[in-house]
Structure formats: structure tokens, C-alpha cells
Design a protein around this ligand. Structure first.
Ligand SMILES: [Zn+2]
Length: 325
């Protein structure tokens, strides 16, 4: 069998390396000792958000590790558990593995700093996505963390139901400049995230999916990346990006010609957030030349064959858009 964290060949649920990242080395079972929570009222999910997005319908549960057992907890959560979402979206049963695969691609192939994650099963065999919270310290206290909805003062009360989508990636870059002292490396990490989301058709990377966290020395840095998945598989009508790259990003020559974003649009975003041209070029070229490894990992994943092929198709489509430049 393969490790339910990193996919590497292994004899049990999680390999030593994944056990270290997820459970501080403890031998935790890949079967949760309880059943999947019942899907509650579906109506409610849809009312939670005007825009049908996976983040709007997906329920999350908080878990704590007690000895070697993961248990549901109301407070002091160290893990987030995301079961199969309700069937208002397409292929809901593929969502946990979609997120796990996308996070593993980001971490292993693109060397992005990602929240520790794995697939886990409920007692009845249903899969769920498991991720470790990075804002909780060993003693249970929390690092100060603020997402970019908070940092830009956007909330439901003042900016409406879709407040998380009210902004651009350039706006986030401007806030990074404001809050992070040595912002240039952080800006490159942010740019890589935005570009990754485009390549992997994550159309739900909204303001709350990027956050700053205070380090022990009091500085701010971006948190590890979280909530990555190819959302287009579940919400096919979705836009390519949750936020505009910058104000008026559909008026560019490229967009007007092709009807979607391409290389010049990402270079323009890079320029606006002060990333040196040669660095931006290198990032884009590195990130669009990993196809063999990406294809391998998709094939090794636990997605259904149908979804593997859709996932791959969407990825290759995005890569080809960038290479048209
Ligand atoms: Zn592993």
C-alpha cells in the first residue's frame, strides 16, 4: 500500500515522515474510531453562501489527539477534518482526495510550504481530508494569525455575503508590503501560490485563504498554504480565479484576445507587486515544467479514474495557456 500522507510505498497507514509532520511521530491509525457525521440540512449549506463554492458548503470538524486517538473536540482543536461535502456540488466523494492530492503536489513537487495533511477514513470507510493546524503552539496557545479579509477590513456586515471575494490579488500584495518588513521573499511565495491556484484550477482562493501569522520574533510571515484543490471539478461553472489578479484584469490585450489569462497577465501582476521581472519569469517557467511529476502523482492518487483524467486535463489546459505567450 502507499502512505495516505505522501503516497510513498509503505506497509501501514502513514509513513514515519508523515507521522512526524502530522502526529509528532505517534503511531496514529488511518481509521478514525467513529462514523462520518450525518449530513445535516442541505438547505442550510446553500443559504450560507450566495456563490456556490466548495468553501461555502464544506463542513469542518475540529479534532484533538489524545494519546494516539483522534477525537472530535469543541475546543483546543489541533486538526481540521473535512468529510465528503454535501451533494450540492459535483463529485462530492472525490473532494477529500482532490484536496489531499493538490496539497501534496504543492508541497512535494512545487516545494511550497503547505499545512501538514493526509487522507483518513471514518470507521465506515468514508474518506476525509485531515490537516494539522499550524496556528496552535505545543502548549496549546495560539500564534496571532489574520487572514486578508480581516487585514483589509472586509466582513459580511459591511461588504455583504460575498465579502471574501471583494478584492484583488494585487490588493493582497499591497497589504503584504504594509505588514511584512522584509517583504520581497514573502511576495514571491504569495505569487507562486496565486500562480499555482491558476495552474490547478483552484477558483476559490479568496481573501480568507491567505493569512499572515506572527513569528516568535514578532515579525509577520505568510502561513503555510492551505485549502488547495482543483475546485473546477466540483463547481464546473466557476471563474478561473476567485479574485481578479488586479483591477481591470480582463481589459488586458492578452485577455481580450484569448478570453482567459495568460503569461503577460501574470507578469503584469508580478510587476505590480514589485517582483523583479527575471524572478517572475523564472518562477513561471519552473512551475510550468513539472508536468511529468504532476502526471505521476495524479496517477498514484486515490481519485477515481474519471476524475484523474479530468484533473489532468484541466491542469494541462492551464499549462498550455501559459505556454502560448
Ligand atoms: Zn508518508
Amino acid at each position: 500500500m502507499s502512505c495516505l500522507g505522501c503516497y510513498k510505498e509503505n506497509t501501514e497507514g502513514y509513513c514515519l515522515n508523515c507521522r512526524k509532520k502530522l502526529f509528532d511521530g505517534k503511531r496514529v491509525s488511518h481509521m478514525l474510531p467513529f462514523k462520518a457525521p450525518q449530513n445535516e440540512n442541505l438547505q442550510e449549506y446553500q443559504e450560507q453562501t450566495k456563490r456556490l463554492s466548495i468553501s461555502g458548503v464544506q463542513l469542518k470538524y475540529s479534532l484533538r489527539l489524545e494519546d494516539k486517538l483522534l477525537t472530535l473536540t469543541a475546543k483546543g482543536g489541533q486538526y481540521i477534518l473535512k468529510p465528503i461535502p454535501p451533494s450540492v456540488i459535483a463529485y462530492p466523494d472525490q473532494a477529500p482526495e482532490n484536496e489531499h492530492l493538490t496539497m501534496q503536489i504543492a508541497g512535494q513537487i512545487f516545494k511550497m510550504d503547505t499545512a501538514a495533511n493526509a487522507l483518513i477514513n471514518f470507521e465506515d470507510g468514508q474518506p476525509a481530508y485531515l490537516t494539522r493546524r499550524f496556528d496552535v503552539k505545543a502548549d496549546g496557545s495560539k500564534y496571532l494569525q489574520e487572514d486578508f479579509a480581516q487585514l483589509s477590513g472586509k466582513q459580511k456586515k459591511t461588504h455583504g455575503e460575498n465579502y471574501k471575494y471583494d478584492g484583488t490579488y494585487e490588493d493582497i500584495g499591497i497589504l503584504i508590503k504594509k505588514y511584512v518588513a522584509a517583504y520581497l521573499p514573502v511576495m514571491e511565495v504569495f505569487f507562486r501560490n496565486v500562480f499555482f491556484n491558476y495552474l490547478f484550477s483552484n477558483g476559490d482562493a479568496h481573501l480568507k485563504n491567505f493569512s499572515l501569522i506572527q513569528t516568535d520574533s514578532g515579525d509577520y510571515k505568510l502561513t503555510p498554504t492551505y485549502d488547495l484543490m482543483s475546485t473546477i471539478l466540483h463547481t464546473p461553472g466557476e471563474t478561473d480565479t476567485a479574485l481578479d489578479l488586479f483591477e481591470g484584469d480582463t481589459n488586458t490585450g492578452y485577455y481580450q484576445t484569448y478570453g482567459h489569462h495568460g503569461y503577460p497577465d501574470f507578469m503584469e501582476l508580478a510587476r505590480r507587486i514589485s517582483i523583479i521581472e527575471v524572478r517572475a519569469k523564472r518562477i513561471i517557467s519552473e512551475m510550468t515544467s513539472q508536468s511529468d511529476r504532476v502526471i505521476n502523482m495524479i496517477n498514484n492518487s486515490l481519485l477515481s479514474d474519471e476524475i484523474k483524467s479530468k484533473y489532468l486535463h484541466c491542469y494541462q489546459d492551464k499549462v498550455s495557456r501559459i505556454k502560448v505567450a
